[in-house]
Design a protein around this ligand. Structure first.
Ligand code: NAD
Ligand code: HSE
Ligand code: NA
Length: 436
């Protein structure tokens, strides 16, 4: 059979990686897919740069529509990024009856409902393994490997840049700003790292996993997103003393009244495997009622790790291209008529443990006033640490760990504690998960 023909929209890091992996492993890929997969056209505004990557092996163009409107192209790979042009091009490719592979989590987390509906109506596939945790086959695991399960929760380190920063802050005792500069110098963080450090990139990925796990639409606008920019070296140190690591965790969980969907710095017990994921690596924990807890670990970014996922999607599409659309794996794991409207819970209704750090006056009665407020809100204390104050010092750091409680209740208790004259600075609050 003739090779299936692929057009690459954008040939930067991921696009180049995809081209090289397809070239290098073509024999294996043909053996698995049943036919060859060939990049026949690539698009990049800088045509000479694209030519430098593909040589004479593919036609190079600066016009994306030269690919989208080419009847010989079967699959379009979108690795341009962003939500504007990429959305337009993906919808245009679908309208032309082409299957789409994309690494673009921002696009799907925000416009997924529109894009998946357009693909369903046209009977084409939109595959996005590369969009979540790069080379780790987590979409495959959730959509196919775990279909027997009622998924209970997912917790993941799904942004390499921030995990690198947190690892360095812990190892070297440095503050956030210092390590960010280092991450940029090493090329881990982008020149504009906002989406990474503010938690947005992780929330895009979590939104996609949550939709697939629980059979709900992609709803990035309902996600709670908090990054690591406010995190202080002192909290990483205190957490360590209490037996915890702080990770930027994406967490989605089924509750009786809805689904939690949240990204924020989180204390995780230091003896959990996921707490020991260091540097730019990614890891995702999935809890299913039948399988128990499973853990997926690997590279969430980089040219070839991400290309590994793009090419796997190309193989899947090649295998299924001639199948009746109803016999393919549904985009969001559940059939479109089985997608539910279970609500995403507001943060006030989320249940979590907490780490609280307060700067307090070092005098009699302070601790008892604080514990009284917690008791009045039915919040149970799990552990405590008081920094030894140096001779003559009149204030100290008090750190309290609590058992699980509802966030709204914690907010009320925090407001009261903050109002105490003996609490001398804004209270630091970090959520805590046992992930058991
Ligand atoms: N880099 C990674 O490790 C990684 C991992 C997972 C997912 N992703 C996602 O993959 C996508 C691409 O990321 P990347 O790191 O390869 O980006 P990149 O900046 O290296 O590549 C983007 C490419 O698109 C081209 N491009 C931009 N606008 C264009 C236009 N109007 N017409 C033609 N070409 C245009 C650029 O010239 C460049 O070649 C993004 O959605 C990103 O979030 C990246
Ligand atoms: N900026 C992302 C790249 C992969 O999506 C990260 O740091 O993980
Ligand atoms: Na993946």
């Amino acid at each position: 059979m003739n090779a299936i023909k692929v057009g690459l929209l954008g040939i930067g890091t991921v696009g180049s990686g995809t081209f090289h992996v397809l070239q290098r492993n073509q024999a294996e890929i043909r053996g698995r897919a049943g036919r060859g997969i060939e990049v026949s056209m690539v698009c990049r505004r800088d045509v000479a740069a694209a030519r430098a990557v593909v040589g004479d092996a593919a036609v190079v163009t600066a016009d994306p529509y030269a690919i989208i409107n080419n009847p010989e192209i079967d699959i379009v790979v979108e690795t341009i990024g962003g939500c504007g042009l990429a959305r337009e091009l993906v919808l245009a490719a679908i309208a032309q009856g082409k299957h789409v592979v994309t690494a673009n989590k921002a696009l799907l987390a925000v416009h997924g409902t529109e894009i998946f509906e357009a693909a369903r109506a046209k009977g084409v596939m939109v595959a996005f393994e590369a969009a979540v945790a790069g080379g780790i086959p987590i979409i495959k695991a959730l959509r196919e490997g775990l279909t027997a399960n009622r998924i209970e929760w997912i917790a993941g380190i799904i942004n390499g840049t921030t995990n690198f920063i947190l690892s360095e802050m812990k190892a070297k005792g440095l503050d956030f700003d210092v390590v960010l500069k280092e991450a940029q110098r090493l090329g881990y963080a982008e020149a504009d790292p906002t989406f990474d450090i503010e938690g947005v990139d992780a929330a895009h990925k979590l939104t996609l996993m949550s939709a697939i796990a629980f059979g709900v639409p992609v709803q990035f606008d309902k996600a709670y997103v908090e990054g690591i920019t406010q995190l202080q070296a002192a909290d990483i140190r205190y957490a360590e003393q209490l037996g915890y690591r702080i990770k930027l965790l994406g967490h989605t969980r089924r509750r009786e009244n809805g689904i939690e969907l949240r990204v924020h710095p989180t204390l995780v017990p230091a003896n959990r495997l996921i707490a020991n994921v260091e540097g730019a690596m990614n890891a995702v924990l999935v809890q299913g009622d039948a399988v128990g807890t499973t853990l997926y670990y690997g590279k969430g970014a980089g040219a070839e790790p991400t290309a590994s996922a793009v090419v796997a999607d190309l193989v899947d599409i090649t295998r299924l291209a001639t199948a009746d659309p109803d016999h393919r794996v549904p985009h969001l794991a559940f059939q479109p008529d089985a997608i539910s409207n279970t609500p995403i819970l507001p943060m006030e209704d989320v249940i979590s443990g907490y780490y609280l750090r307060m700067r307090v006056a070092d005098e009699a009665g302070v601790l008892s006033r604080i514990t009284t407020i917690l008791a009045e809100h039915d919040i149970s204390i799990d552990g405590m640490l008081q920094r030894e104050s140096a001779d003559g010092e009149k204030q100290t750091d008090l750190i309290i760990l609590t058992h699980e409680t509802v966030e709204g209740r914690m907010n009320k208790a925090l407001a009261q504690m903050q109002g105490l004259p003996t609490v001398l600075a804004p209270i630091v609050r970090i959520r805590k998960e046992d992930l058991a």
